[in-house]
Design a binder for this molecule. Sequence first.
Ligand code: C5P
Length: 214
Amino acid sequence: MIIALDGPAASGKGTLAKRIADHFGFHHLDTGLLYRAIARDVRAIDGSLDNVDDTSKAARNLDQSTLDDPTLRHPGLGNAASVVAQVPSVRAILLEFQLKFASQAPGAVLDGRDIGTIVCPEADVKLFIVADTKVRAERRFLELEKRGEAVTREQILETITERDKRDMERADSPMKPAADALLLDTTKLGIDETFDAAIELIKRKIGQPGAQRY
Ligand code: C5P
């Protein structure tokens, strides 16, 4: 069983994906971390984020045991990751890893930008998580403020907008909902409400009895 969760920056899909995976006892992969890790590794060798050789080498040498490195969540790396993510050979190298991850029993939840369209087009359930840009920026701001990061609301809004644009407009695997994705708008929903709504959508999709209309 594969559950694909896609959506723009700071839409809350990472937190949601982890909760869904825990709920069903499935494996979870935040695929954004792969691109973030490559950006980190390219920077570490003073490489260039849009250079095919530098980025492909970092993708081939990616040490999966470093994916829990907390610095990967740093806001600056999100933007750098979206530059790296434009390189087709990087995407091709990461695709193999993601496919292997997705095939694990009893199931896997993957979140990213192209899971429902490119990585797992045969996923059993595809959710595309959206929320008003200002609301996403505010949530991300509060999260970073809590972690003691020196950022402003304006900076966050600007980076998120720029990143979404780059992710939507790139030639290879742009961010978009799969034709059969279920849209979940979390603009007015809290974390628990979002989780409940997602579980309802999943139950309905896989035809479990007792699912209510959301
Ligand atoms: O999800 P997160 O914000 O950590 O992703 C960082 C960047 O990695 C995204 O802005 C996007 O450019 C890239 N990405 C991608 N495809 C994925 C996951 C992330 O292109 N499946």
